[in-house]
Design a protein around this ligand. Structure first.
Ligand SMILES: [Fe+2]
Ligand SMILES: [Fe+2]
Length: 214
């Protein structure tokens, strides 16, 4: 369980390697560090193999593909390929590379791959948790700004008489996607944290509602 191979000098080297490729605002180095911290916490609670989980967490978004790029669904596989190639160059134990590859390749929505190991489930939960809570709310609104979405539909903010459209309205994304996230998390520790974060988001939505014109 304990960390024997992914040591401090590999962590430093991986951060230096990551900082060479610039990514979008919601998938920057701070996102990576939050996912690492959450994965570490969940991984210890779930007794995951940290020498698989932590390198996978550090490197999970090492190849970034814009959400509107047609190659988007391959991003996690491209990241997995690049990550194990880099780890292999660093002399990382060969036997740990396939489970690291699997965890990275299966972490994202768009890949549509099953998570067949505990480490893959923990990494996926940690990544998804970053879409919830105060950070998740901030990221959602930042990305909305980047894509020139509106904050909400002016006449019908809560979609009482229209279909949700989360490409146009950031608030719709809370209902289309984010509210379903806690129930989709795969580890016990992940689900508990997801529910805690969603409760905060519900209070954010209530507050926002109270500030809108009647
Ligand atoms: Fe990702
Ligand atoms: Fe990520």
């Amino acid at each position: 369980m304990s960390l024997r191979h992914f040591n401090d000098s590999l962590i430093t080297a991986s951060l230096a390697w990551l900082s060479e490729n610039q990514s979008d605002a919601a998938h920057d180095l701070d996102h990576v560090l939050r996912v690492v911290a959450t994965a570490d916490k969940l991984g210890r609670a779930e007794a995951a193999q940290l020498d698989v989980l932590l390198p996978a967490a550090y490197l999970h978004d090492c190849v970034s593909v814009d959400k509107r790029d047609p190659r988007r669904s391959q991003a996690s596989t491209l990241s997995a390929d690049a990550a194990i190639q880099w780890l292999s160059q660093q002399g990382y134990p060969e036997s740990l590379l396939p489970p690291i590859h699997h965890a990275i390749a299966s972490h994202s929505w768009s890949a549509g791959l099953e998570t067949t190991t505990l480490e893959a489930r923990v990494l996926q939960d940690a990544d998804r948790l970053d879409a919830l809570g105060a950070i998740g709310t901030a990221r959602c609104l930042m990305l909305g700004g980047q894509w020139q979405s509106e904050l909400y539909h002016g006449q019908d903010p809560f979609a009482e008489q229209r279909e949700y459209d989360d490409n146009r309205y950031s608030l719709d994304h809370f209902f289309v996607k984010l509210q379903h996230l806690p129930g989709q998390l795969k580890t016990v520790a992940g689900r508990q944290e997801g529910e805690r974060r969603w409760r905060w988001m519900e209070s954010f939505i209530d507050q926002l509602k109270s500030e809108l014109p009647e």
